[in-house]
Ligand binder design. Structure first.
Ligand code: ZN
Ligand code: ZN
Ligand code: FE
Length: 768
């Protein structure tokens, strides 16, 4: 049916994606009125519904621009249009939201303060001058203040603040930047900051200036931000940083710093164009940058690290506080003790942080969801790539599109460390924010709370639970309990199969692929701890085509925290005399003899093929780390050591053929000991170790391709956070004709495990 270009038509349009809390309705309103269209726009659960009426030309132009020019933080996944009968409507209006059950919900992440809001905050003539809660339809808090769906002020923690007339006028004015900006606020009607001494005394001075002065004086400030409390101090002051470490019970784990802008970041670290983009992105993650040798940052901030975690201000309160320090980076670390999750509620924070902070800078806008900062790493060497080490504030809870449909709504529990879970329904996976290490009681509680809340928030009621094969992971135990309680079937997925599937799902691969999965440890189907795996297969099944040689580890849990045990195991397995090494001389009396006695009795040891443990062994052999104080310390140390050397000569790599094929570690052990004896520098040994791993991967992949005909490779597992290893492997494999895929949207570590678990569960019933 042909229609004349001037004929009046009406269309109903449904837009899916990230379309709520990003100024989408005002954008639609503006577009419709500019094209002289009548009709309506409203939020429905997870989508925006539009009806437009006008000339055929105008409606078509409207549709084109709707898709071509969405607001900055919107993401359109799908637009569907259907024909309606014109009803003579000539005015356009925004209708109130309706909640409708059973429809997909998308909640926007928190967005860093936009430039327009910053200009107002810095303009002495503006009514929001210096106001720490300035926001608009394009920026501000979202996920951390949302209490329900659809996104409306009454379903946020702003519901307790009633708008003043001036704010109401902006909120109601379709031409205003704050039209329907749900967290809209001003000094007259919105939240306020106040400063309190740790002892409880209210501070009468201007709160932010008071906090800045406290930092200048070497004190520690607990700062309530977007997703929780930060602990802040002057990063130049060794004394302040050491005091923070002592009170926080954190020995060596690096702190992140916040600086006012990219120029200030460049004074501390090398910043490439790609890194700059990530630093300035709306998500504002902590970016792990290569630290300059000489900078004002105290060596106590990130002791022994070649990289420094840097972020830019993302909430107005940060801009005001950090803006007071033109030259000083400010330590900005999670407000918690040791490995607990970040504190986020006022009373709880005052309680938990009272022995750490001297001053509290707090406000009265409640945080609904605790959300840690995201952490990103940009590999600048070709091929450049961004890896999220932690996907949390600013990224969660935007759903990921899946390359398949999940027919049975599924809950995937994730792992044990760096935990995150996912809800899957239809073509979407809703990944939670980072929930921490479930060994910690507080972390476990917050994991459970989120498990209870998310099905409600996203309208996905799970009918099935999938978890890791390891029965002792807190997440696996939780899966069993919930399964029994709610009468839901549970499914266990092998750890490295989930890693492989996670990377496949992220890239929309159907398989078969070759999964190179290197990490600290995951339970294997033979009871050993796997972690140096070459798997061939897809979502449904896999073949363990090769793995690193099993080393016997003595000491159970302690073996993970004491890299020297891995060093002894590596040398012992190679049949070498450990008592004759520098390592032996460093060990406490008797320790070596008792370990060697245990290693003689394999039944007392756990076998592991973990590449993470090889990093441990090398860290200890070169003298960088015998006992680690946080997970990943040894591996980071070895990568850092290698940063300045480019040794390409690998130690000898040998295999034992069979299924699975075994990658032997004897050549590595002998080579390192020989190098140590010859006085080779630790940096060069660390570099040769990296080259050895790259060589092993390339050669094993080559053989597997010959045998199985697969040339698509996915790299997954926490070890691939290592930029040198992942770029080295990618470059060599690509050169050898492989198609190589790395994680870009979910972490390669166990934070991305839940996505793979979802994929495997979906395939188990749908035959993907
Ligand atoms: Zn704004
Ligand atoms: Zn107001
Ligand atoms: Fe893992």
């Amino acid at each position: 049916m042909a229609e004349a270009s001037h004929a009046t038509i009406r269309r109903a349009i449904s837009v899916r994606g990230v379309v709520q809390g990003v100024g989408f309705r005002p954008f639609v309103y503006g577009l419709a009125t500019r094209h002289a269209l009548g009709g309506t726009v409203r939020n429905d659960a997870g989508r925006v519904l539009i009806e437009v009426e006008g000339t055929k030309d105008a409606v078509e132009a409207f549709l084109r621009r709707l898709e071509a020019e969405p607001p900055p933080h919107a993401r359109i996944d799908e637009v569907s249009t259907s024909v309606r009968r014109p009803c003579g409507e000539s005015a356009f209006r925004i209708e109130a939201s309706q909640s409708s059950a059973g429809v997909e919900v998308v909640i926007a992440p928190d967005v860093a303060t936009c430039d327009a809001c910053l200009r107002e905050m810095r303009d002495p003539t503006d009514r929001r001058y210096g106001y720490p809660f300035v926001n608009c339809a394009h920026c501000g808090p979202r996920y951390t203040i949302v209490t329900g769906a659809p996104y409306d002020r009454m379903r946020t923690t702003m519901s307790g603040f009633s708008m003043c007339d001036a704010c109401r006028a902006e909120f109601d004015d379709p031409s205003d930047r704050r039209f329907h900006a749900q967290p809209i606020a001003c000094p007259a009607c919105g939240p306020r900051v106040r400063a309190v001494e740790a002892a409880g005394a209210e501070v009468s001075a201007e709160p932010i200036a008071f906090a800045a002065d406290a930092i200048r004086a070497g004190r520690i400030v607990a700062l309530k931000g977007l997703g929780g409390f930060h602990l802040a101090c002057d990063a130049r002051s060794g004394a302040a940083v050491r005091a923070l470490r002592e009170r926080k019970h954190r020995d060596a784990k690096p702190f992140a710093v916040m600086v006012r802008d990219v120029a200030a970041a460049s004074a501390l670290c090398e910043v490439s164009a790609a890194e700059r983009d990530v630093l300035e992105s709306a998500a504002r993650p902590i970016v792990l940058l290569r630290a300059r040798a000489a900078s004002v940052v105290s060596t106590d901030v990130a002791p022994g690290q070649s990289r420094l975690g840097v972020m830019l201000p993302y909430a107005p309160i940060h801009h005001l506080l950090v803006g007071a320090f033109p030259d000083a980076p400010i330590v900005m670390t999670s407000g918690n003790r040791s490995d607990e999750p970040i504190a986020f509620q006022d009373v709880e924070a005052r309680d938990r942080l009272a022995t750490i902070a001297d001053v509290f800078l707090v406000h009265d806008r409640p945080i609904e969801t605790r959300c840690d900062d995201s952490v990103a790493l940009v590999t600048t060497e070709s091929p450049a790539a961004t890896t999220f080490v932690r996907r949390s504030r600013g990224l969660a809870p935007v759903p990921l599109a899946l390359p398949f449909d999940i027919a049975t709504p599924t809950l995937a529990m994730g792992g044990h460390l760096k935990s995150a879970f996912a809800l899957g329904a239809g073509p979407r996976a809703y990944l939670s924010h980072h929930l921490g290490d479930l060994d910690d009681v507080e972390a476990l509680r917050s994991y459970r709370e989120a498990l209870d809340r998310h099905p409600r928030l996203f309208g996905v009621e799970p009918r099935r639970i999938v978890h890791d094969l390891h029965p002792d992971y807190a997440s696996s135990r939780e899966a069993k309990e919930r399964g029994t309680l709610q009468g839901l079937p549970t499914l266990a997925v092998q750890h490295h199969h989930a890693h492989m599937a996670s990377c496949m799902a992220e890239h929309g691969l159907q398989g078969p692929v070759l999964g190179v999965c290197f990490d600290g440890a995951g339970l294997g189907t033979d009871g050993a701890l796997w972690g140096g795996e070459f798997l061939v297969g897809g979502y449904r099944s896999y073949l363990r085509a090769a793995h690193f040689e099993y080393l016997p580890l003595a000491g159970g849990e302690r073996a993970m925290r004491e890299p020297w045990r891995a060093a002894v195991a590596l040398l012992h397995a190679a049949g070498m005399d450990v008592t004759d090494t520098a390592l032996a001389a460093r060990l406490p009396h008797g320790a070596l003899r008792s370990i060697l006695a245990i290693l003689e009795r394999p039944s007392l040891c756990v076998s592991t093929s973990s590449v993470g443990r090889l990093f441990d062994a090398v860290a200890s052999l070169v003298g960088t780390c015998d006992v680690s104080s946080f997970e990943g310390q040894a591996a980071m140390g070895v990568e850092g050591l290698a940063a300045d050397v480019d040794a390409e000569d690998a130690y000898p790599v040998t295999f034992r053929d069979g299924t699975p094929r075994i990658v032997e570690t004897r050549g590595l052990a002998e080579g390192i000991v020989r190098d140590l004896g010859a006085g080779t520098s630790p940096a060069r040994i660390a570099s040769r170790f990296h080259a050895t791993l790259v060589e092993a991967v390339v050669r094993v992949c080559g053989r597997i391709r010959d045998e199985h005909g697969v040339d698509a490779v996915v790299l997954s597992g926490g070890v691939f956070v290592n930029a040198r290893l992942s770029t080295g492997v990618t470059r060599r494999l690509t050169g050898a004709g492989f198609r190589v895929h790395r994680h870009h949207r979910v972490p390669p570590n166990d934070g991305g495990l839940c996505l793979g678990q979802l994929a495997v569960a979906a395939a188990s019933e749908e035959g993907v």
